[in-house]
Design a protein around this ligand. Structure first.
Ligand code: C5P
Length: 218
């Protein structure tokens, strides 16, 4: 059966979350940021100081995991961690954390429970291939590595940082390589997804394209 849900997958820095949020607003749907869920687990791991090789400690952490998203904010055990999950430390730990099968099992189960009744725009790496294979509309959003690093660079600068372009590009390449080569749920385009290269498109154009794709389907 076909689920009324838009799955947006793609590499880091391609603008998935901004796009997904805007598409959801246009349709009057809700938005789920699955990357934020993996980031929150990475933050919890950092704070608890546990080793990723310690399966028992990890199991304990997952058993007590209390995640929520309200509007643009992300909560871990009731605490607003929206900024904390974007730190460089978390960004560097999130790929190894998200490669752990138990972490994926727990988060995928939560994601399915949230989106089951449809009316959601969900972004991530494995939404069309694993989490919601029955989604009506699957988009694989890409852009050139340089275009993505440039956007990320400008975003960090706008936040008052002084990023180095080559470092931003390198971090992004490491994360994409890790996300694409992991054994469980690697980043790849679903067979029934449409690829959209946004390198030379504005945000508005990308949003319009996805809304039109959904309307063509509905
Ligand atoms: O989307 P965002 O860059 O915030 O995602 C952070 C990380 O979470 C990704 O680099 C990836 O390792 C992981 N992730 C994942 N599966 C998803 C969403 C994110 O493995 N569905």
């Amino acid at each position: 059966s076909v689920l009324s849900l838009i799955a947006i997958d793609g590499p880091s820095g391609v603008g998935k979350s901004t796009t997904a949020r805007r598409v959801a607003a246009r349709l009057g749907w809700q938005y789920l940021d699955t990357g934020a869920m993996y980031r929150a687990v990475a933050l919890a791991v950092l704070r608890a100081g546990i080793s990723l090789a310690d399966a028992a400690a990890l199991e304990g952490l997952l058993a007590g995991l209390d995640l929520a998203q309200r509007g643009e904010r992300v909560f871990l055990a009731g605490e607003d961690v929206s900024e904390a999950i974007r730190s460089q430390e978390v960004t560097r730990l999130v790929s190894p954390v998200s490669a752990l099968p138990r972490v994926r099992e727990v988060l995928v189960e939560q994601q399915r429970r949230i989106g089951a009744s449809g009316g959601w725009v969900v972004d991530g790496r494995d939404i069309g291939t694993v989490v919601f294979t029955g989604a009506c509309c699957k988009v694989f959003l890409t852009a050139s590595p340089e275009a993505r690093a440039r956007r990320r660079f400008l975003e960090l600068e706008a936040k008052g940082g002084s990023p180095v372009f080559d470092e931003v590009l390198q971090d992004q390449q490491h994360r994409d390589a890790a996300d694409s080569s992991r054994a469980v749920a690697p980043l790849r385009q679903a067979e029934d997804a449409t690829a959209l290269d946004s390198s030379n498109m504005s945000l508005d154009q990308v949003v319009d394209w996805i809304v039109a794709k959904h309307q063509a389907h509905a």
